[in-house]
Write a protein that binds this ligand. Structure first.
Ligand code: FES
Length: 180
């Protein structure tokens, strides 16, 4: 008769339990590790994509041509450049000027009302005459003008890097009015 090999009971059950716990722990650590890996990889690629495609704000140029002097009629405001450049171009008997579309009260954008011949701010009701002078509402000063000149090809050139304030006597500067 073959001799039976003695195997302790505790050892059988104990080993089985230990092996189950170890597997469970292993799987749970594997999950945590996998999640960490996925998170880190996702973060890395997010940063990489932000680096490759940065959030660039495309601003319109500060100096731009608006057309030839004859394109602007005396006593009229040209609003074609308001949306893209935030500028109105006006023409008086004296010359052509470029006005800022920023209200001098709190910075809203007024509207040109041709029938009333004035700029009217929708925020608090300031009014500006065709020249840019303020005359009603809380705006404390006139609209600003920008540098204006003739380019080599004969077109009117507006330069927003230089502005002129009436209250400082800067509208007297020859660069704030194009005499044509
Ligand atoms: S912002 Fe124009 S009136 Fe106040």
């Amino acid at each position: 008769m073959a001799k039976e090999k003695y195997i302790p009971k505790a050892s059988i059950g104990g080993n089985k339990d230990k092996s189950n716990i170890s597997r469970g722990q292993f799987l749970s650590w594997l999950s945590v590790g996998w999640l960490a890996f996925v998170g880190a990889t996702g973060g890395f690629f997010t940063i990489l994509i932000r680096y490759l495609f940065p959030n660039v704000l495309f601003e319109p140029p500060q100096t731009f041509k608006v057309g030839f002097p004859d394109d602007f009629e005396v006593g009229k405001i040209d609003s074609r450049f308001k949306k893209e450049y935030n500028v109105w171009v006006g023409r008086s008997e004296d010359g052509i000027y470029a006005l800022s579309t920023v209200c001098t009260h709190l910075g809203c954008t007024p509207n040109w009302l041709p029938t009333d011949r004035k700029f009217k701010c929708p925020c608090h009701g300031s009014g500006f005459r065709i020249s840019g002078m303020h005359f009603e509402g809380p705006a404390p000063r006139p609209l600003e003008r920008y540098k204006i000149s003739l380019s080599n090809d004969g077109q009117v050139l507006v330069d927003k890097t230089k502005s002129y304030k009436h209250e400082k006597g800067e509208w007297e500067n020859p660069d704030s009015l194009l005499k044509v």
